[in-house]
Design a protein around this ligand. Structure first.
Ligand SMILES: Cc1cc2nc3c(=O)[nH]c(=O)nc-3n(C[C@H](O)[C@H](O)[C@H](O)COP(=O)(O)O)c2cc1C
Length: 173
């Protein structure tokens, strides 16, 4: 099974999740940039664009998702919606993704509406959905934001959830 992982991450948590999954699934990995991080675009603009479903630049891409059996979309939730970079990617490749799965680190870890929006943009029902709740960052410039690091994801509690997601994806194909 040829798998592509496509992620957007403003502060690193979804990037860490995408990298962890790429190893477990032996997948190619594509990071969306171009539109700027939340710092670059400004939090209010980013939240507004996410809320109403607008896109942004995504930078130069390495892979064509139409050549893959499965595309795993990894993204935070912003303002109950899908970040502009992921919105832009999914509208560019509308109808080109054969099967999708979705994984997300977000503040609440419980955003069924945002997951449903992303599923719809990806062209149908996802074979599996994984939502993880970030841990509150208690120090540094990102204080108050929720984050998961590669070190957190290395813990069994997260590893088991990611393994279960990978199994569900393989079963659903
Ligand atoms: C502009 C903005 C809006 C957000 N809105 C939500 C939200 O509606 N629901 C939620 O659960 N988390 C929300 N969050 C929290 C992020 O989803 C969370 O911090 C996530 O772990 C960030 O992932 P990243 O480190 O990969 O960027 C928001 C964060 C930002 C910056």
């Amino acid at each position: 099974m040829k798998t592509l992982i496509v992620y957007y991450s403003g502060t690193g948590s979804n990037k860490a999740l995408a990298e962890d999954m790429a190893k477990r699934m032996n997948a190619d990995i594509e990071g969306l940039g171009g539109g700027g991080t939340i710092e670059g675009m400004g939090i209010a603009v980013t939240a507004f664009k996410s809320f109403i479903g607008l896109g942004s630049g995504i930078g130069k891409l390495k892979y064509d998702p139409s050549g893959y059996d499965l595309v795993v979309l990894v993204s935070p939730v912003y303002a109950m919606g899908v970040p502009p970079q992921m919105n832009a990617y999914l509208s560019r490749f509308k109808g080109k993704i054969k099967k999708a799965a979705i994984a997300s680190v977000s503040g609440s870890g419980n955003n069924p509406k945002a997951m449903a929006k992303m599923e719809k943009l990806a062209g149908g029902k996802a074979v599996a959905v994984l939502q993880l709740k970030g841990l509150e960052d208690k120090s540094g410039p990102k204080k108050g934001f929720q984050k998961l690091t590669a070190q957190d994801l290395g813990k069994p509690e997260y590893g088991e959830k990611i393994d279960a997601f990978v199994r569900a994806v393989q079963k659903g194909l």
